[in-house]
Design a protein around this ligand. Structure first.
Ligand SMILES: Cc1cc2nc3c(=O)[nH]c(=O)nc-3n(C[C@H](O)[C@H](O)[C@H](O)COP(=O)(O)OP(=O)(O)OC[C@H]3O[C@@H](n4cnc5c(N)ncnc54)[C@H](O)[C@@H]3O)c2cc1C
Length: 405
């Protein structure tokens, strides 16, 4: 019998498996695709901007020094609006943090997480293997797994579902979602620029959608360019030169000319939110619970706070020798996460709505908004704290403290 079985070894499932290490629980992690597989959906060509709050969580998990060694710090953020003069600047020094965020390649995070998984005594990794059926009952959950041609059944006291936004397992548990197509697709790539990145991230809002340039390793910028669905095929099919010319026209010349572009990939954007986070002996987390627009780089940061809160509650249950899949624990988890979900989704959605609109008055308001934000410290502070992920309930890992039982 397992204590915890985690469906999905993406960035969230694998982070949880590592976070639970000090608790000496028997944990199973099931991942459909090997790390090096071209079909692996979590550790692909993207980068992720980790907030200061996520740094603290990985610090508590003793992973931070390794992640930091292969990441680029964001010391300044420059937010602007194409066609308007308003702009706002945020500096790490003013916010009293070592950096506003850190840009890491998803593959690097995958490597670090998988190297840190618990030892075989307490842990089993099934990969590649796919969970095909889950059946919860009062005292356990039965999990049926397909490994090549054979099937295997595991039993666990607690099931954690972290199998991504589409999550067929969530459906099997009878948990429904609300979904909204943002009407936009994110094109991701990386570029080299005439001027070297100086630890500055750019968020540029245009009438078609936001463009983020994040400083990354090897003096490149990671680009997330959001466009209406209808324009994506044309942009994806352009030659490198034509692609760079269009990006340059939309972004401008703050970093000089764009000189080189890497591989491109497109991600259609839909808001997915479950109507509840728990079912009998089961918790839904990460993208399976809330997939949000990447405009503010909040998705994984929000999910790592799921990990920190659940790890904290499980540590308490282990210390008190109470049932780790009890209704009380599940209810405490859902209650602890609710406000963070509401705030983060509202914050992200407000940015998308306000800044993806061509309407003249909105344009003036938002340009005004940016300069007002620059002049009103409490407002800027709220936005900054929200994006750094430090406005939330402090689980031990979220404070950068290690878990101990
Ligand atoms: C363009 C873009 C840019 C982003 N940038 C940022 C950013 O800067 N900062 C940030 O915080 N977030 C960012 N995000 C969000 C971030 O990528 C997600 O929050 C994160 O990927 C969620 O991880 P996850 O593990 O929940 O889901 P996933 O990454 O989808 O992983 C799910 C895993 O489950 C596995 N799986 C699925 N079904 C099964 C099954 N039945 N059995 C076994 N395994 C299964 C899959 O193979 C996969 O590995 C961005 C997202 C996009 C689209």
């Amino acid at each position: 019998m397992f204590d915890v079985v985690i469906v999905g070894g993406g960035m969230v499932g694998a982070s949880l498996a590592v976070a639970l290490k000090p608790l000496n629980l028997k944990v199973g992690l099931i991942e459909a695709f090997a790390l090096e597989s071209s079909q692996q959906p979590s550790y692909d060509d993207r980068t992720v901007a980790l907030s200061h709050g996520s740094r603290l969580i990985y610090q508590g998990m003793r992973l931070w020094s390794e992640i930091e060694a292969d990441s680029e710090a964001i010391m300044h953020i420059h937010v602007s609006d194409r066609g308007h003069f308003g702009a706002t600047r945020i500096h790490a020094s003013q916010e009293n943090v070592p950096a506003l965020g850190y840009v890491v390649e998803n593959r690097v995070l995958g490597r670090v997480l998988y190297q840190a998984l618990p030892s075989a005594e307490y842990f089993e990794l099934l990969m590649p293997a796919t969970v095909v059926k889950v059946s919860p009952s009062t005292d356990q959950v039965e999990v049926v797994i397909q490994e090549g041609d054979s099937t295997r059944t595991l039993n666990t006291k607690l099931l954690v579902v972290a199998d991504g936004a589409r999550s067929p397992i969530r459906e099997q548990l009878g948990i429904s979602t609300t979904q909204r197509d943002y009407g936009q697709t994110a094109i991701i790539t990386n570029v080299s620029t005439e001027y070297l990145p100086n630890q500055t991230a750019y968020e540029r809002f245009t009438s078609k959608g936001p463009i983020a340039l994040l400083p990354m390793t090897q003096q490149r910028y990671s680009v997330v360019w959001t466009l209406p669905h209808a324009q994506v095929a044309e942009v994806m099919n352009k030659s490198d030169e034509a692609f760079l010319a269009q990006l340059q026209a939309a972004f401008g010349y703050r970093q000089g000319r764009f000189t080189k572009v890497g591989k491109r990939a497109a991600y259609p954007l839909t808001l997915v939110k479950t109507t509840q986070e728990t079912a009998t002996r089961s918790i839904i987390m990460g993208n399976a619970s809330h997939a949000i627009h990447p405009v503010a780089g909040q998705g994984l940061n929000l999910s790592l706070r799921d990990v920190a809160v659940l790890a904290d509650l499980l540590a308490e249950a282990v210390a008190n020798q109470t049932d780790i899949g009890s209704d009380v624990l599940l209810a405490n988890y859902a209650a602890a996460r609710e406000q963070d979900y509401r705030q983060t989704i509202t914050y992200t959605d407000s940015l998308v709505r306000l800044f993806s609109n061509d309407h003249g008055l909105l344009g003036h308001l938002r340009a005004g908004g940016l300069s007002v934000m620059d002049r009103v410290p409490p407002l800027r502070r709220w936005v900054t704290q929200q994006s750094m992920g430090i406005n939330q309930r402090k689980a031990r890992l979220a404070r950068g403290a290690e878990l101990r039982v």
